[in-house]
Design a protein around this ligand. Structure first.
Ligand code: EPU
Length: 341
């Protein structure tokens, strides 16, 4: 079954930044809410499973996905006072640039250069250089995939955590986010908690900070992280683990020191450092490789499959568990291969 709206046996290789070969049984690019509703009804009438793939910058896709894959393509940024209502399909970094240069609103500059769409940002509560999307979040609208009813979620109901929200927990795969509302500032309040960022930015006049921070963050990301256009990847592949003070003290007694910072009665330690200590940089399984540039990144160096990525993930997790007694949690979402056709 193929129509202008719904494509069948659709190639998703260019719809995931790991460039894994993946095909969807059915695929629809939902450019507006009407198209989205038509696609949802198409799936509902045929009893098809629905999966959402936006820019594919935080997913590990299997070779085949049964049911309907929806790509949210809705566009538009509407300003109301210091708030921006942004359609889910807008690219996150486009929004950051527009907020600074067109709207003259501040608060997103530390989140410059993060791949992905606005609709995906709250799902994993994207964060970098001391700011998370939760810090600027007001509300979102999402459609319940079972009832097709629209719901509004505020900050509390989203249950944000470190790279987490209710959409990665109790409500996994149950909603499609269509719009996000952010509350920004008309006056810059620079966040320079990261020493490397502060050094890169240097002293500025207050009004100049947002642009200077954006430029510095873009430069730091470019220096540190492999570019997915040339080395397909999904950014940080593991979350930084949060461990208790006693676990941290025991590891420091063994290892001398571990980069990290204390958060109340826990420590968040650097997963990149742990992986690097175990000499994983450059380690390969098939076409999947721990990046030589940053130990927290897994790259597709050519012909990687879902199972190469999974095997490498497990090797890293096992080694970190055995050597440091720490369970590493992947940051991207692994699509369930049991949904394969
Ligand atoms: N390190 C190594 N080896 C490496 C890379 C880093 O030992 O190959 C050590 C260094 O000691 C460094 C420490 O790891 O000081 C931390 O590295 P980095 O500053 O690059 O930050 P990160 O904790 O690895 C986190 C986010 C990034 C975000 C940066 C900056 C997570 C999982 N990752 O990385 O987010 O850009 O901080 O705020 O929290 C992403 O989520 O995709 C992402 C890139």
């Amino acid at each position: 079954m193929e129509s202008e709206l719904i494509k069948s046996d659709f190639d998703l290789t260019s719809f995931n930044t790991l460039a894994l070969p993946s095909r969807a049984q059915y695929f629809c690019k939902a450019i507006d809410q009407e198209t989205l509703m038509q696609a949802l009804l198409f799936a509902k009438h045929r009893g098809l499973a629905i999966s959402i793939v936006a820019s594919g910058s935080n997913v590990v896709l299997p070779e085949k996905i049964s049911g309907l894959v929806i790509n949210p393509g809705m566009q538009g940024i509407v300003r109301k006072g210091n708030r921006l209502r942004v359609a889910a399909g807008v690219l996150w970094d486009h929004l950051v640039r527009e907020s600074i240069y067109t709207s003259g609103l501040f608060g997103l500059e530390n989140l410059s250069g993060i791949p992905g769409t606005v609709g995906a940002a709250p799902i994993q509560n994207i964060g970098a250089y001391g700011i998370e999307v939760a810090d600027r979040f007001k509300a979102l609208s999402a459609i319940d995939l079972r009832t097709l009813e629209q719901h509004r979620f505020d900050t509390d109901t989203c249950q944000f955590g470190y790279r987490s929200s209710i959409f990665k927990k109790a409500l996994t795969d149950q909603f499609i986010i269509i719009e996000v509302e952010l509350a920004l500032g008309s006056q810059p309040v620079p966040c320079l908690d990261y020493v490397e960022l502060e050094q890169q930015v240097g002293p500025q006049k207050l009004q100049d900070y947002p642009r200077a921070i954006r430029d510095a963050v873009l430069q730091l990301r470019q220096q540190k992280l492999p570019d997915p256009r040339h080395r397909p990847n999904v950014g940080s592949f593991f979350k930084n683990p949060v461990i208790s003070v006693s676990e941290y003290d025991a590891l420091v007694a063994e290892l001398g020191s571990i980069p990290g910072h204390s958060e109340g009665d826990t420590w968040k330690v650097s997963a990149a450092w742990l992986i690097d200590q175990l000499d994983f940089k450059g380690h390969r399984v098939g076409g999947a490789q721990v990046s030589n540039q940053h130990a927290l990144v897994i790259e597709n160096v050519g012909g990687a499959s879902f199972s190469d990525i999974l095997t490498l993930t497990r090797e890293v997790q096992t080694a970190v568990q055995e050597n440091y007694r720490i369970a590493l949690e992947p940051e991207p979402v692994f699509f369930n291969p049991s949904r394969q056709i």
